[in-house]
Design a protein around this ligand. Structure first.
Ligand code: RIB
Length: 315
């Protein structure tokens, strides 16, 4: 039987979120209504989403020797995430992400990777005994590509399934070095950057995703925002319907989706069912402000699903 343990080899950041009425023009100073700070980073967010839903999660990441790093560590520990492979890097700051959220919930994010840039293949090696016992490894692109390639090679050699979320996308990602990943999960924009193909419509996105299967990828999951998501596999494509909600803050929605997919997938659900749960979990997260603070626990998520089933949510 597949292990239910999930490993995340990835980033952590402290999100510095400014809620704006509008973005300032060049040379303009503008007052903004609200600021909030909280834990973020794509890797950590995905780990936290899965842990809040009840998964057993192992985190492999690097923090700076500073207050932000100590907060990140205690956040993991407080959520029951196995943080034995969180390495403190002297002389580098922890990762930080200044984020701007507009009234429609859309965000713009800058990342200062700091210690995340020090996460190396040696960290994968140091966690090898623990990683071998995992049912799924989650990877993103906020850490060096050589670490991603090392993690994929390790997982392939040890037959541990991998989900690679190529975010933020870079054309430097060598597709011939990611062969063997079970899931490749870009959003529409990332898919366009990685393939050089148009992805504006679900049909275009499906076409671009299908081309990626030739690189030895098991399945491509494309998140399409208001159009839902796609599961593209060699023998066909499934569409995951969008879940309509009133968005307040979309920061971390993609991470909520991946973390929830991982939780449900290792829990024995099939891919499609896990994706439907993931779409609902991400929809719920955008109805609240903040990144990890917007992610529901298992019981909060169950309540949201009940309200959805009873049509109590706004169209
Ligand atoms: O995906 C959202 C995340 O991207 C934020 O938490 C921010 O830290 C950046 O990593």
């Amino acid at each position: 039987m597949m292990s239910r343990r999930i490993a995340v080899i990835g980033s952590n950041m402290v999100d510095l979120v400014t809620y704006v009425d509008r973005m300032p023009d060049a040379g303009e100073t503008l007052s903004a209504p609200r600021f909030a700070m909280g834990p973020g980073g794509k890797g950590a967010n995905q780990a936290v989403a899965a842990a809040k839903l009840g998964s057993d999660v192992l985190m492999v990441t690097c923090i700076g020797d500073d207050l932000f790093g100590r907060n990140t560590l205690s956040n993991f520990e407080g959520l029951g995430i196995d943080a034995r492979h969180v390495r403190v890097v002297r002389g580098l700051s922890s990762g930080v992400a200044p984020i701007f959220v507009e009234p429609n919930g859309e965000n713009r994010i800058l990342i200062v990777k700091g210690a995340n840039d020090a996460l190396g293949p040696e960290d994968v090696e140091a966690a090898a005994d623990d990683l071998r016992g995992c049912g799924l490894i989650l990877l993103q692109l906020e850490v060096p590509l050589r670490t991603i390639y090392a993690a994929i090679a390790f997982a392939r050699a040890n037959r541990v399934p991998v989900l690679l979320n190529p975010a933020p996308a870079t054309p430097e990602l060598a597709l011939d070095r990611i062969a063997g990943v079970s899931f490749f999960a870009p959003n529409q924009t990332e898919l366009a950057i990685l393939t050089g193909l148009p992805t504006r419509t679900p049909d275009e996105a499906e076409h671009a995703a299908r081309g990626l299967l030739a690189h030895g990828i098991g399945a491509v999951i494309v998140t399409l925002g208001a159009d839902g998501a796609l599961l593209v596999e060699p023998d066909g494509t499934e569409r995951i319907a969008p879940v309509a909600v009133r968005a307040v803050d979309t920061t971390g929605a993609g991470d909520a989706f991946i973390g929830a997919f991982a939780h449900h997938y290792v829990g024995g659900h099939d891919k499609l069912q896990a994706l439907h749960h993931a779409a609902r979990y991400a929809a719920d997260a955008v109805t609240r402000p903040g990144t990890q603070s917007s992610f529901a626990t298992a019981s909060e998520f169950a309540e949201f699903c009940d309200r959805l089933a009873n049509s109590e949510l706004p169209p």
